[in-house]
Design a protein around this ligand. Sequence first.
Ligand code: 5GP
Length: 211
Amino acid sequence: MKRKGILVVVSGFSGAGKGTLMKQLLQTYNNYALSISMTTRAPREGEKDGREYFFVTKDAFEDKIKQDELIEYASYCENYYGTPKAYVEEQLAAGKDVILEIEIQGALKIKERFPLALLLFVMPPSAEELIKRLEGRGTETAEVIKKRLIRASEEAKGIEEYDYIIVNNDLKECTRRLHELIEAAHNAPLRNIELIENMRQELEALVKGEN
Ligand code: 5GP
């Protein structure tokens, strides 16, 4: 039986190192597809349309909402961010585990719509380290960094909604743990209903045959 793909949500404070972690995960293992989100925020230096994000205007984004082309969307630090539906559906159907690197409001919407989605939260080793990483990135103004820190402290209130947390102190180790958690999730009974049902029917048939 072909293994079904899992929808994997990865959240974490801005600066927790999610982006690098996702890149490493995709480079190391080949069963993952990373969803590319749509956003109204301006590209950072070095970001390319269609690679990090699909960068669109507010009007274009609101159009996508109306056309029901997004699985979820949220507003974050005054910009829209959303997950295009088509790619996710295609990749799941192809058996890939699809990663959505999204913030908490979107994550909770996904949990509501897809109860079997796996929700993971990446934590920095400490709050101090988070600030260091945000400042070290050198791509954001002090004002934006401040907004992101405020947002982080709000997001910290919702971490219990996630299935697992992963502390990102070493990239390789963290990538391996992430992969192992997703692999383990594949073995949960609720994600294997068909297999279990088949086994039950075969057992019943055997029991009947013996009578
Ligand atoms: P950034 O501007 O740093 O690239 O992203 C800001 C936040 O938006 C991050 O927490 C990121 O995970 C989240 N984000 C990115 N894409 C999406 C999306 O499609 N939906 C939602 N809900 N959040 C997203």
